[in-house]
Design a protein around this ligand. Structure first.
Ligand SMILES: [Zn+2]
Length: 409
């Protein structure tokens, strides 16, 4: 089967895990490591797609769960796929919806803040929440967070939705556990995720044939296994060896709950088991120190909602750390957000103006702050890539993190 998709590794770090590379897709190439801008509902919130391209973002990641519920994947399909629908000509990703059907179902984020000491119950539900998602061996039944309708995702349904969405890179449907689940539950869940991976590959093969003439869509298997080294390694090996209908995964996602302090270690376990000639995407990380840890351990791409999410709350990234532009210090500051930045916002607007926009609750504040934070993140990852190529990664990491975190550590 012809696949208009590929990955070419470039320069490796001394640990043979971290590397540069090039992902080829039908909608263009991605130089890695790369930060993938998050456009959950087929929009990077508050900014025009042209601005997303101008600030250097190479690809956008949208979410199958959200687009299935609204507007419906059939509508995105009729529009010519995700990129055409949202006027983004470059590469696109969709995640499988697995995380959302389960996390929205159990109030994931609130649960994670609780003390897990002594927890033995795997039915993890935030206090005061009803259970909205139920997982069985065949799939997940869940309640829409929009209108309360009941829906069911199976591996086949997720593949059909993602084929209709038409992204260049899709992810296999997986069960996303939390760090609070017991070891026994993690093992059972992993077996389920691996069985679902086989079904995703088979359905993907069928749909690729049935929808001949559409641009090729790559499918990434998702490695779960929580914080357990043996489970993570086994999951990676099993997925790497998997074939269904003559097809194997085009790349791999690293998913599931990761404690920040173990992020690099866990990504390293997984990447050391995966084939070097296929790309690896780390699903959903947050802060600049995570980028260095993930890239050093072998992640080629990652998505991160933080730069745009915090921008809408007036939090601004600079080389000297994060600050909030609504504080009094910016009120009469007619300099740019970051003197070291080359973005559209920093070229044309002042801290005082953004301070005013946020205080006056004007929408343009979110737009300008998002452009800056996304550019900051893209440029940081560009700089990391360059540092791998010219052999200065370790020195750049020390210098950047020392400065970025000096003010609040
Ligand atoms: Zn800027």
């Amino acid at each position: 089967m012809a696949t208009d998709f590929g990955f070419t590794p470039g320069t490796f770090l001394g640990n043979d895990l971290g590397r540069t590379g090039l992902i080829h897709t039908p909608h263009g190439d991605i130089r890695t490591p790369a930060f993938i801008a998050v456009g959950t509902k087929a929009t990077v919130k508050a900014v025009l797609p042209e601005a997303v391209a101008d600030l250097g973002a190479q690809a956008v990641l949208a979410n199958a769960y959200h687009l299935f519920l609204q507007p419906g994947s059939d509508i995105v399909d009729a529009a010519g796929g995700l990129g055409a629908f949202m006027n983004w000509p470059g590469p696109t990703f969709t995640d499988s919806g697995g995380f959302q059907v389960m996390s929205l179902g159990v109030g994931f984020k609130k649960v994670l803040a609780l003390d897990a000491t002594g927890l033995v119950d795997d039915d993890v539900i935030a206090a005061g929440k009803n259970r909205l998602a139920h997982v069985d061996d065949d799939g997940v039944t869940f309640t829409s967070h929009l209108n309360g309708d009941r829906h069911r995702f199976t591996p086949e349904v997720s593949m059909r939705i993602q084929h209709e969405l038409g992204a260049d890179i899709m992810f296999a449907f997986d069960e996303c556990t939390t760090l609070m689940n017991t070891r026994g539950y993690q093992e059972a869940s992993l077996a389920r995720t691996q069985a679902w991976a086989v079904r995703c590959l088979a359905e993907h093969a069928r749909l690729t044939t049935a929808r001949a003439g559409k641009p090729y869509q790559a499918l990434f298997g998702v490695v779960q296994g929580a914080q357990y080294e043996d489970l993570r390694r086994r999951a990676a090996r099993d997925l790497a060896g998997l074939e269904a209908d003559g097809r194997s995964f085009d790349g791999y996602g690293i998913g599931g709950a990761l404690e920040k302090e173990n992020l690099g270690t866990i990504v390293g376990w997984v990447c050391s088991e995966l084939p070097a000639d296929k790309p690896r995407h780390l699903l959903g990380i947050s802060e600049p120190d995570d980028f260095f840890a993930a890239i050093e351990a072998g992640a080629d791409t990652f998505d991160c909602v933080m730069p745009s999410r915090v921008a809408r709350n007036a939090a601004i990234y600079t080389v000297d750390g994060r600050f909030n532009v609504t504080t009094a210090g910016s009120r009469r500051d007619f300099g740019p957000l970051d003197t070291a930045c080359d973005c559209y916002t920093c070229a044309n607007y002042t801290r005082a103006y953004l301070h005013h926009l946020f205080k006056a609750k004007e929408m343009l504040g979110s737009t300008l702050a998002t452009i800056h934070n996304e550019r900051f993140t893209v440029r940081l990852v560009d700089d990391i890539r360059a540092s791998i190529e010219n052999g200065t990664f370790a020195a750049f990491k020390e210098e950047f993190l020392g400065r970025f975190y000096s003010s609040h550590r």
